[in-house]
Design a binder for this molecule. Sequence first.
Ligand code: TMP
Length: 218
Amino acid sequence: MRGFFITFEGIEGSGKSTVARRIDRLLRDEGVDPLLTREPGGTVISEDIRGILLDPDRVEISAKTELLLYLASRAQLVAEVILPAVNNGRIVLCDRYMDATMAYQGWARGLGEDLVRDFNSFAVGPALPDLTFLFDLSVSEGFRRGPDKRESSGIQSRDRLESEDIFFHEKVREGYLRIAETEKKRVMTIDASLPLDSVVETIFRNIKSRIDVQSYRG
Ligand code: TMP
């Protein structure tokens, strides 16, 4: 049986990483063994690339280099982790994926939607998400909250992308909403201003309405 591939997307501070971890735990409570991973990262090579991409001192990275590094990180994650897991019938949960490249590099950096679509397709091949949750939130609220990884890791400094100004992040949000508008079947927009528990409940209910979770038990 082919697995089921779910991605979590949204602007900084939207709570998607925390929710992805909660969904992972809920699936485990049901006897399922999902694979939770993140982008950029998730393999040794991809985590190395993440280090370059998010280093606040690497301000000289050009927009094209940035795009290619995200894609390189993704191609490795797909080959090493995502495709083998999906082909093995597992539920895969990925914190950010190809929509992030469309929103951040294609739309906010202005590299263009057609180009990013083609490059994304080259990087992922058949590993397309079955379902995507887009955590929508105002940029000011996202800034106020700060990324949830900071809460869990205790890291206080902003990474290179978080250091972009509010206009950049407004464009990112706009880019994400455009994707949701054009891909209504795959992308479910979530009101991320709602309490965390209710967001988790909505998402878990939605997953269960689309797949028979029990059939993914090991
Ligand atoms: P994270 O903080 O959610 O782990 O994501 C790392 C940063 O990288 C975040 O600011 C979003 C950004 N990003 C892109 O710009 N393009 C991409 O393709 C991905 C996956 C992330």
